[in-house]
Design a protein around this ligand. Structure first.
Ligand code: ADP
Length: 171
């Protein structure tokens, strides 16, 4: 009998840095798919606070800390068009998080464009627990930059990395 094909999903983003909101989506995706690839966009127009290797390392450490049972998650970085990358990885789904109506317009546009480019890849939207709907990486960076504790919003590996990044060094 033919082996069933693995259901692979890509969860793309900047992850600068990964937050508990992202991790909520990762956990849900991990239950729905055989394999989930958290994929850092390399050619983001944003200038991230954390370098690509730093973000990748934080993604790996955050998943190990927050979801040790999620053994079907991988982390990777990609360049170029998301659908091209998804095809090279044999993925049939792109996972995105939807927090509020404000996310919708951009996500809708991207999902339709990606479908036009690659009919075989479906964008799936997952909603996080409502306690994460107001959370994003920009707010977390701003809090950390101003010396506030971000322990409620990110795993420990990330709050420590933020402290190291922004703590004034007097030596
Ligand atoms: P991008 O730069 O593409 O917005 P992000 O890393 O900020 O990348 O986000 C990646 C994905 O995670 C997006 O689909 C975004 O909507 C989703 N996301 C971000 N923050 C949260 C959150 N707090 N809860 C659920 N989904 C989130």
């Amino acid at each position: 009998m033919k082996e069933p094909t693995k259901r692979i999903a890509i969860y793309p983003g900047t992850f600068d840095p990964i937050t508990n909101g992202h991790l909520d989506i990762v956990r849900r995706a991990s239950e729905l798919f055989d394999e989930v690839i958290v994929a850092l966009a390399r050619n983001s127009q944003k200038s991230p606070v954390f370098s690509e290797p730093e973000r990748l390392e934080l993604v790996i450490r955050a998943i190990a800390e927050a979801c040790p049972e999620c053994t079907n998650i991988r982390a990777d970085a990609f360049q170029g068009l998301l659908v091209d990358y998804a095809q090279t990885r044999g993925a049939r789904a792109i996972v995105r998080g939807l927090r509020a109506l404000s996310d919708f317009e951009y996500e809708f546009q991207m999902a339709l464009m990606n479908r036009k480019l690659a009919e075989g890849i479906t964008t799936v939207f997952l909603m996080p627990n409502e306690r994460y709907t107001y959370l994003n990486s920009t707010i977390v960076r701003e809090l950390a930059r101003n010396g506030k504790d971000v322990g409620d919003f990110v795993p420990r590996a990330v709050s420590e990395a933020l402290r190291d990044k922004f703590e004034p060094k007097f030596h």
